[in-house]
Every structure is written in structure tokens, then in C-alpha cells.
Design a protein around this ligand. Structure first.
Ligand code: SF4
Length: 327
């Protein structure tokens, strides 16, 4: 599989005010993130809210500009936001948002909204655009008679299918999905996840799947990256990470997912408050909640290092690959 997305050293810092009279604080929402996605590969990005997952998704698409770092698509650098080069690239990299009602225009019919990307990117003529709309609607499980419907006339699941169809209209190579099923009823989440899996496999798409739902990520993704306060603390093949998480934060997250054969009392309950992106602890940012924290964790930021099996982790206590793999 060839490399499709190659992001290195991404940094995105915001200034945010806490409360009405609070002092502005610098929030390093994305703090030195590097990741790669091959064609036909799905990378899951997981972490609690405030970990920077959604900001990272926007940075990968160039919607939110990184202050540092680079994004390459198919070996070419991402053009600056809003430039003709970036607009042309957007046909090849699309986003599926969490809330379909917010992502769609309530005043426009399904057909109108699906035609828009073709108009914007000057793809096809009138006849071929209509054929493309029918083809994509069918591929996401929408009926032809729903083309004339408006968003409020559809169910939540159907609206998300429209959002996915809209993202597919330009035949993208990379799809960034930001919590694409979290606003849907549990009963239809599985349908939409299965749909994404089928589309990804059939079309050989590269996919970044941002989610807090570890069960979905385990079933859908080839690789998984775990984020904590803007950094990737562990990354590797999903099967290996779920079977044998190395980073204490990953271990806590994964212990909360029910698994056959795992005792209910084996769940690791994290102490302390959820992370505050505007108040990053010194040293390892996870140390106030880490059950294994040592003195050195409060002083030094752990480097990301290979830990064997195409995996990496950022923790002082995780042995590097050289110590775990035979020479
Ligand atoms: Fe825990 Fe220390 Fe590892 Fe951070 S570096 S995850 S505090 S053991």
C-alpha cells in the first residue's frame, strides 16, 4: 500500500479565555503530532474529549492551519488554506462531520447538496452529475426518491448517509471522519460504521477515523493512535494495541471496554480530573493521573520511541524496541 497522508511535527496552538473574566491561556491543542496513512488503510484516533482529536482532523485537512509541521498528500505538500491549490486538493480529501444536521443546509434538497461538490470542482456535465448523484446515493443505501427530500424530512441515520454521500461525490482518496456516529441512535450506529467499512474497502480509501468509541475503533481500524493533551502517546496496529496496550493511559482506556473473559473489576479507574488543555502539567502530562508515575515523570517529557512490532509509545517506563526484540 502506498503512502497517502504523511503528517510530521504538527503544532496547533490557540489562545483561549477561561470564563468571562478569565485570563487568556495558550492551549497546545495539537503538540508535535506525526502520523501516516496508507491507501486502503484506516487509522483510528482515540482519546478523551479535550485531547485534540478534532483539531488534529481539521489540521490534517488544512482547514485549521498548523503553526509548525508539514502535511503531505501523496508526496506533495498541502497548499495553504483557501488557495486555488488547496481548493483543488479538497476534491481528493473530504471530511465527514459528527452532526449531520449542522453539516447539511436545511434549505436545500438532498440532490442539490450532493450536486454542489461537483459544481464547485467543475466535475462532469448536467447528465453525468445526475448519474453520479444516483450512483452515490445507491452506494450509501439511500433510495432515489429521497433525492428531493430536505434534511428535516430524513432520519438521523439517513442524514448521516447524505453527509457521507456528499463527501464521496468527488471520489476522494482520503476521508477524515470526526465522530461520525456519535450523534446517532445506538441502533443505527452499527449500520453507518458498516457502511464506512464497506466504502473504504471497496474504494481503497485512506481513512482517519476520530472517535471516543473504542469498540468501534477496534472493529474498524487497521491502526490506532491514542491522544492525550495534544500528543500521541501510543500508536500501532489496532489488534496489537488492544491486545497488549503499553502506555498506562492506553491501558486505562482499553480496560473500560468490556471484553469476554475479562473480569469486571479489572477496569483501571483514572484518578484526578480530566485533562485541561489550557493547563498542561509539567513533565509527562499524564503524571497527575498515572498509577505508575515516578519522580522523573514530573520532570521530563517522555520521548516517543519505537517499542517493537511497528508500535511506538511515549512513556519513561515502556522499554524501547532494542530491549524487547531479538537482534
Ligand atoms: Fe505514567 Fe510516567 Fe509513563 Fe507518564 S511517563 S505515562 S507518568 S509512567
Amino acid at each position: 500500500m502506498s503512502q497517502l497522508l504523511d503528517a510530521r511535527g504538527l503544532v496547533r496552538v490557540y489562545t483561549a479565555r477561561r470564563g468571562l473574566l478569565g485570563r487568556p491561556a495558550r492551549v497546545r491543542a495539537v503538540d508535535g503530532v506525526s502520523l501516516r496513512v496508507k491507501r486502503g488503510e484506516t487509522l483510528g484516533i482515540v482519546g478523551e474529549s479535550g485531547s485534540g482529536k478534532s483539531t488534529l482532523g481539521r489540521v490534517l485537512l488544512g482547514i485549521d492551519a498548523a503553526q509548525k509541521g508539514t502535511v503531505h498528500i501523496d508526496g506533495a505538500p498541502m497548499p495553504a488554506f483557501g488557495t486555488p491549490g488547496w481548493r483543488a486538493l479538497r476534491a481528493r480529501i473530504q471530511m465527514v462531520y459528527q452532526d449531520p444536521l449542522a453539516a447539511l443546509d436545511r434549505r436545500l434538497s438532498v440532490a442539490h447538496q450532493l450536486r454542489e461538490p461537483l459544481d464547485i470542482h467543475h466535475l462532469g456535465d448536467g447528465e453525468s452529475r445526475s448519474a453520479r448523484i444516483s450512483e452515490v446515493m445507491q452506494s450509501v443505501g439511500l433510495r432515489p426518491d429521497q433525492a428531493g427530500k430536505f434534511p428535516h424530512e430524513l432520519s438521523g441515520g439517513q442524514r448521516q448517509r447524505v453527509v457521507i454521500a456528499r463527501a464521496l461525490m468527488t471520489e476522494p482518496e482520503l476521508l477524515v471522519c470526526d465522530e461520525p456516529v456519535s450523534a446517532l441512535d445506538v441502533s443505527i450506529q452499527a449500520q453507518v460504521v458498516n457502511l464506512l467499512a464497506d466504502l473504504q474497502r471497496d474504494r481503497g480509501l485512506g481513512m482517519v477515523f476520530i472517535s471516543h468509541d473504542l469498540k468501534v475503533v477496534r472493529n474498524l481500524c487497521d491502526r490506532v493512535a491514542v491522544m492525550y493533551l495534544g500528543r500521541i502517546v501510543e500508536e500501532g496496529p489496532a489488534e496489537a494495541v488492544f491486545a497488549d496496550p503499553r502506555h498506562p493511559y492506553t491501558q486505562a482506556l482499553i480496560s473500560s471496554v468490556p471484553q469476554p473473559g475479562r473480569a469486571a473489576n479489572s477496569r483501571i479507574i483514572l484518578q484526578g480530573e480530566p485533562p485541561d488543555p489550557g493547563n498542561r502539567p509539567p513533565g509527562c502530562a499524564f503524571h497527575p493521573r498515572c498509577p505508575m508515575a515516578e519522580d522523573s515523570c514530573r520532570r521530563a517529557i517522555p520521548e516517543t520511541r519505537a517499542v517493537g512490532g511497528a508500535r511506538s509509545a511515549a512513556c519513561h517506563l515502556v522499554a524501547p524496541a532494542a530491549l524487547t526484540e531479538p537482534a
